[in-house]
Design a protein around this ligand. Structure first.
Ligand SMILES: C[S@@+](CC[C@H](N)C(=O)[O-])C[C@H]1O[C@@H](n2cnc3c(N)ncnc32)[C@H](O)[C@@H]1O
Length: 246
């Protein structure tokens, strides 16, 4: 189900099935993000616009360039953000020359930088595009993410592919090390968000739209989930915010 990584409808369904949460991800992210006035912003893996609308506010009189590999997702973002001064680029984030020419004040990515073929090399290339006081911000899952879901999947013999498990657990830790090598100032924050599903059907629907879904195991999944939970159906999202600047 790797195609769910770039499928617009899968992204929309994952977002809408996670409405009942203890933490508002975007409030949590943007309450800690400070940038200079009227910044030039580059958003990578912008998706359907969950963070773009916040970045559009931060932009003020600056600029906002958004990159995503999926044309349909970019169109959805354009409609959601509704700002004609955002510049969109349909491109892989690895093709840096296609979407960035001049230096910027903020490079921001939520839940996407791990799709790069070589995130450490990509960061090294992009970090040269930051202005002297520019910031690089990555938001993504970290150790302990989806703990309940992975436990249930383990019980029924569904293996989360290694690259996806790495992205979910270790990737941000690798990037933290990289940021410590590159920046004088590094902030790393983590929060646990408990996402509550109102039924086992809702939990199944969430799984269906992930990159680690296995259609042949639906019945086993439901039965294992019913055994696992003794009350509220909760999946923990372990979320991290990594920020580097000179
Ligand atoms: C999980 S979504 C995150 C979207 C948004 N930041 C959010 O949090 O709602 C990941 C996005 O990355 C895009 N994507 C995946 N691989 C990519 C790549 N190699 N280059 C650019 N975008 C990519 C997908 O199309 C998708 O919109």
């Amino acid at each position: 189900m790797k195609e769910n990584a770039i499928k617009t409808s899968a992204l929309q369904k994952r977002i809408s099935s996670q409405n009942n949460q203890t933490v508002d991800l975007n409030e949590w992210v943007f309450s800690r993000l400070e940038v200079k006035d009227n910044p030039k912003i580059l958003e990578l893996c912008c998706g359907t616009g969950a963070q773009t609308k916040y970045l559009a506010k931060l932009m003020g009189g600056g600029s906002l360039d958004c990159v995503d590999i999926n044309q349909e997702t970019v169109e959805e973002n354009r409609n959601t953000a509704g700002k004609d001064n955002i510049i969109y680029h349909v491109s892989s984030i690895d093709k840096v020359d296609r979407y960035v020419s001049e230096s910027v004040d903020l490079i921001f990515t939520a839940y996407g930088f791990y799709y790069s073929k070589d995130p450490v090399a990509l960061h090294s290339e992009l970090y040269k595009k930051l202005n002297k006081d520019g910031k690089f911000v990555l938001v993504g899952p970290v150790l302990g993410n989806n703990a309940e879901l992975y436990e249930i999947l383990g019980q029924i013999g569904v293996k989360v592919p290694d690259d996806m498990f790495f992205a979910s657990e270790e990737f941000m830790l690798v990037m933290e090390r990289e940021f410590l090598n590159c920046y004088g100032n590094v902030n790393f924050n983590r929060v646990l968000n408990r996402v509550k599903y109102s039924s086992f059907g809702d939990l199944l629907n969430y799984w269906r739209n992930t990159t680690f879904y296995d259609a042949s195991k639906e019945e086993e999944f439901l039965s294992a989930a019913k055994n696992f939970y003794d009350g509220n159906i909760i999946v923990t999202k372990s979320i991290s915010y990594l920020e580097g600047y000179a």
